[in-house]
Design a protein around this ligand. Sequence first.
Ligand code: WQD
Length: 358
Amino acid sequence: YKMDSARNKCVLLTGGAGYVGSHTIIPLIESGYEVVVLDNLSNACKGDNGQNPIPITQVEKLVNKQVIFYDVDLLDYNSLSKVFDKHLFCCVIHFAGLKAVGESCINPLTYYRVNVSGSINLFQVMKEHNVKQLVFSSSSTVYGEPQFLPITESHPVGQNLLNGYAKSKYYIEGILQDLCNSDKEWFVIILRYFNPVGAHPSGTLGEDPTGVPNNLMPYVAQVAIGNRPYLNVFGNDYNTIDGTGVRDYLHVMDLVDGHVSALKKILNSDEHGAVAINLGTGKGYSVLQVIEMFSQISGRKIDFHIVDRRSGDCASSYCDASFAKKYLGWEAKRTLKEMCEDTWRWQSLYPQGFSTKK
Ligand code: WQD
């Protein structure tokens, strides 16, 4: 069966209309894969009168190829199974899930239903269709409060996790480990993202959060473009270079290249089991350093107010990415400057994002 899957190059992207998912379609198609996207559009901009969602249409323009899209929810077992009846997938890249940290503290059950039960449905349908190769979108939040830096894959996981989002990712990782232990045909690569930011350099695709952005970069971009008066800086009394939080920002195009490397690893090797890999630059930047860089590249003043710390935040988080280099032959190449430039180009072309529902 391995031979079949290696020969056929049809990949399913769950959550493929989302920020990282939609960007991933581009290098996959450019590498000769056929891409099928499944998304319930709970966090992506719907197209007009039954058209494909806008991020998919934008990607089709970029790659000049049609992308097969299904408006399907992972919790809808039968519809999900029908998609697998129609296509012989060599691999699944599982992006679909809710990811707002604050919201997950308010609605934990929703996060466990969508993220964990949705994933269990997916893995069950994959098993029934003998599709046992998976790239899973996980998060550095499974490490909890860093006990040492830089964070390697041997750092403990699942300890003092502060929110339902982080726990849902941790639980799904555990389910995948158990699945692989129970059936040696599974090969799963778990990618632990640090902080994805930026946009495709064309500026026609980008992070398009609905409502008030939770994350730093989209918020800074909206201040720069004039949609928001100022940024709240959540604390400047951390033990860091300038007192503000330090994070490992990773350009989304580097991140998606990591997924293509993981896919190629899966299709070209006879390994089995689940392996977790950090995807980050290994460099940390503070909030003030990001503000300064963004202001420089945009030529706009970024007003900010120092306010109280945000609960659940840690002072510093950045990774040791040497295992990704060794195991996948992958390393991040794009700089913070490029992350800001590409974000700014997107924000300038689409001041209101794709949707008017801001
Ligand atoms: C970065 C820094 C904030 C907003 C989270 C999730 C992670 C992933 C990325 C989902 C911190 C500061 C932020 C603002 C600020 N999400 N900040 N003002 O918290 O490192 O990671 O988002 O996949 O799983 O945990 O990212 O961008 O929210 O914050 O001062 O308006 O910017 O305190 O130091 P975070 P972030």
